[in-house]
Design a protein around this ligand. Structure first.
Ligand code: NAP
Ligand code: GLV
Length: 319
């Protein structure tokens, strides 16, 4: 029985996203699960048949309107856009998106940003604006230490691809991890050692109470002079003013930023005009129905059958 009685029709899926294509997801999911009801929200008036929600950034208070909800599935790898709802229904299991295409796209972004800083394209872009021809010997990737914060689905793949491209790679996570070709550190006590030996810091941590504001002046001070930051995780991990100070003092040499406290990044934000910052509009990676649907469909089946979800989120840890 649901909280307001058993739904009369077979379970329906509620889709909410201002970015993703509801028709494409409908095609992929209803072809895999015959009879699945498919409803696009937010704001459905008759909500009792909804048993699964597939969402990106649902409006706060929206998900509590569905009394028979058995699972909340994220349309992204991150789940901060769900957990930040103060009225999120308690006890409904949540799952992250794990999509091979999303993973490939993120690793591409990280590799491109690391190579751009490593091969000094950021410097040559500035030189070109001044018509300055200045020969510089190409640097050796084996001597460039790339440190990846977060060794989950995305961090582990990016670390492996950075290592395959010749970088000296190391990683940092909450719990001990082994990654082929990379030295690993874990926990707050090993953070400083990890940072001291990192020339390009790549952040692939989730936004949680423990990671909010983590990328601050202490972290930047622990990096060697001339280091770079690549942040495609979430904007709220970064203390913007601390980064600007570290760049302006010359301690950090550059930053590639894909995510921001407010998106779109306000037009008067100093990142837009900073000569050492590259801004991209939260495009590092995205979930695609064609490649992510098998996993989402499996989770819909599991939810309807009351079985444990794949890639579950621990609401206490926040990821
Ligand atoms: P994931 O598989 O859940 O991995 C998270 C990693 O972070 C794990 O290695 C975890 O450590 C580590 N971690 C969490 N809290 C930590 C802490 N307090 N200290 C140290 N390490 C900590 O997540 P994912 O799929 O790789 O995704 C990572 C994030 O990327 C998402 O949450 C999202 O914010 C971001 N993202 C951005 C875009 C974009 O387009 N910009 C696209 C997709 C995702 P353990 O291994 O010990 O658990
Ligand atoms: C995008 O930001 C995601 O979390 O997948």
């Amino acid at each position: 029985m649901g909280r307001r009685g058993k739904p009369s029709a077979p379970g329906a899926l509620l889709f909410i996203s201002h970015l993703d294509d509801p028709a494409a997801w409908k095609r992929e999911l209803t072809s895999r699960i015959p009879g699945l009801g498919y409803r696009v929200g937010p704001g459905l008036t008759d909500a009792d048949d909804v048993e699964v929600a597939l969402v990106w950034a649902p409006p706060p208070g929206e998900l509590k309107r569905y009394p028979n909800l058995k699972a909340i599935l994220s349309l992204g790898a991150g789940v901060d856009h769900i957990l930040n709802d103060p009225e999120l229904p308690r006890g409904v299991p949540i799952a992250r998106l794990v999509d091979p295409m999303l993973t490939r796209l993120m690793s591409e972004y990280v590799l491109l940003a690391a190579l751009r800083h490593h091969r000094e394209f950021d410097v040559f872009e500035r030189h070109q604006r001044r018509r300055l021809w200045e020969y510089r010997f190409p640097p050796d990737a084996a001597r460039r230490r790339v440190g990846v914060m977060g060794l989950g689905v995305l961090g582990a793949d990016a670390a492996a691809k950075l290592a395959a491209n010749g970088f000296a790679v190391q990683g940092w996570s909450r719990r001990p991890k082994r990654i082929a070709g990379a030295r690993t550190y874990h926990g707050p006590r090993q953070l400083e050692r990890f940072l001291n030996a990192t020339d390009v810091l790549v952040c692939l941590l989730p936004l949680t109470p423990a990671t909010r504001g983590l990328l601050d002046r202490r972290v930047f001070a622990a990096l060697p002079k001339g280091a770079f930051l690549v942040n495609p995780s979430r904007g709220a991990l970064l203390v913007d003013d601390d980064l600007i100070e570290a760049l302006d003092s010359g301690h950090l040499a550059g930053a590639t930023l894909d995510v921001f406290h407010r998106e779109p990044l306000p037009r008067d934000h100093p990142f837009w005009r900073h000569p050492k910052v590259l801004v991209t509009p939260h495009i590092a990676a995205a979930g695609y129905p064609e490649t992510a649907a098998p996993q989402v469909a499996e989770n819909v089946r599991r939810a309807l059958a009351g079985r444990p979800l794949l890639h579950p989120v621990d609401p206490e840890a926040g990821y």
